[in-house]
Design a protein around this ligand. Structure first.
Ligand SMILES: *Cc1c(COP(=O)(O)O)cnc(C)c1O
Length: 426
């Protein structure tokens, strides 16, 4: 049933490291061969063996309207006909920036890039440039792309300063990255005692890269207050949550607000787009107005802009989408919880807007150490059995799930019923 995918994977492995262009796609944490995808349509993906999957990954978040949304497709095709890239300004960039600026009270200007990694990397440079400080503070379990200074893990002993989590990253670069436990206010305060050179805190306000683990309101408030008291900037990395958790992302459901927000994923609707945004005062430090350098040959690419613009306008014009998405997401995770209970299987479920997570463990995790204690074997089994039944979930307990507007309640109920069958055999 996966013969063609196995063949495609073998061939890919000969010419591409691990057969994939981003490690998580290789299914290493659940084992087995990743299905190679031939095409998508609406809520479904079809692999090269003709298997059909109800897609809860959606390219890891961007496809809030599912695959091949007609409006986005039409806009992209129309733009393509006028040329793919110019390396000169186009009005589409202004239009997309305007949509974003209008949504947020505290955002005046936006700069577009081509990925979430680039957005975060640039936002951090900006924070360092504005404050004149070198250290950055990040949290264990939050992912901010693969730039050098963010690939850190906890150092040995009590050191707050991170050590590289990948060969190829010089320790000299990560020594400016302080690492702190998520949702731990005491730990956070200690970091500010250890360093008087902190330029910014970067955080996923609703973390989606250790499963779904939201930060508490008190924790984010503490982040805000410590930044203010120490002349540091607060960066919300909303690459995953932006336009997803609500129209205004996690910022829209939280009290504490950030100085800089980074975007990615939904902002490009499946095309490579990232962005970072802030007040005029902060953004004016950016080249060419200011001295903080940042650039990109394909930044603000017109085809990508037209996809993002169409998607954001659709979301803005139909605010009820978010309630519907949230209802559907809750229907799914509550259904999972119910069938887990019926089968005496400890399962924790979580949802924020159209993002969800589920953990095979006794108590809801609040940080990465607690997530690491979950039953990964059970997760792997669940993943595989659901895949065989035609339900495509993220292939790791460290990843979040995503609901799209095109999934129906009937499909969700079928998914819950499949989960029930799988859990009966655990
Ligand atoms: C996906 C993600 C990134 C990285 O974005 P890329 O487009 O993969 O470079 C950064 N931060 C968060 C929170 C993400 O989820």
């Amino acid at each position: 049933m996966f013969d063609n995918s196995v063949k495609a994977y073998t061939q890919a492995c000969e010419v591409i490291p691990g057969g994939v262009d981003s490690p998580v796609r290789a299914f290493k944490s659940v084992g087995g061969t990743p299905p190679f995808i031939a095409r998508g349509e609406g809520a479904y993906m079809y692999d090269v063996d003709g298997n059909k999957y109800l897609d809860f990954v959606q390219s890891w978040g961007p496809l809030i309207f599912g695959h091949c949304d007609k409006d986005i497709e039409t806009a992209v095709m129309k733009t393509v006909k006028n040329g793919l890239s110019f390396g000169a300004p186009t009005e589409l960039e202004t239009l997309l920036a305007k949509e974003i600026v209008e949504m947020f009270d505290h955002i005046d200007k936006v700069r577009f890039v081509s990925s979430g990694t680039e957005a975060v990397m640039s936002a951090i440079r900006l924070a360092r440039g504005v404050t004149g400080k070198d250290d950055i503070l990040k949290f264990e379990g939050c992912y901010h792309g693969h730039s050098d200074s963010l690939l850190v893990q906890a150092g040995s002993g009590l050191a707050t300063f991170g050590t590289p989590s990948s060969p190829g990253v010089p320790a000299d670069l990560t020594k400016h990255t302080l690492l702190c436990e998520y949702n731990n206010i005491e730990n956070l305060k200690k970091c500010f005692e250890d360093s008087d050179d902190i330029s910014c805190i970067i955080i996923e306000p609703v973390a989606g890269n250790m499963g779904l683990v939201p930060a508490s309101q008190e924790f984010l408030q503490a982040c805000r207050e410590l930044c203010d008291a120490n002349g540091a900037l607060l960066i919300y990395d909303e690459v995953m949550t932006g336009f997803r958790v609500s129209l205004t992302g996690a910022s829209g459901i939280l009290d504490a607000q950030a100085d800089i927000i980074t975007f990615g994923k939904v902002i490009g609707a499946g095309m490579p787009v990232g962005a970072f945004a802030s007040s005029k005062k902060i953004m004016d430090h950016l080249s060419p107005d200011g001295t903080v350098y940042q650039a990109g040959t394909l930044s603000g690419n017109p085809v990508a802009m037209s996809a993002g613009l169409t998607s954001l306008r659709k979301l803005k014009a139909n605010p009820s989408i978010y309630n519907e998405l949230s209802d559907k997401t809750l229907r799914l995770v509550n259904g999972f919880k119910r069938v887990a209970n019926e089968n005496n299987i400890p399962l924790q479920v979580n949802a924020r807007g159209s993002m969800f997570g589920f953990f095979f463990c006794e108590e809801e995790p609040t940080n990465i150490k607690e997530v690491a204690k979950c039953d990964f074997d059970r997760f792997a089994k669940f993943h595989h059995e659901m895949l065989k039944k035609g339900f495509y979930f993220a292939c790791s307990q460290y990843e979040a799930g995503f609901m799209s507007t095109v999934v129906t309640n009937e499909e969700i109920d079928a998914c819950i019923s499949a989960a029930s069958d799988v859990m009966k055999d655990f």
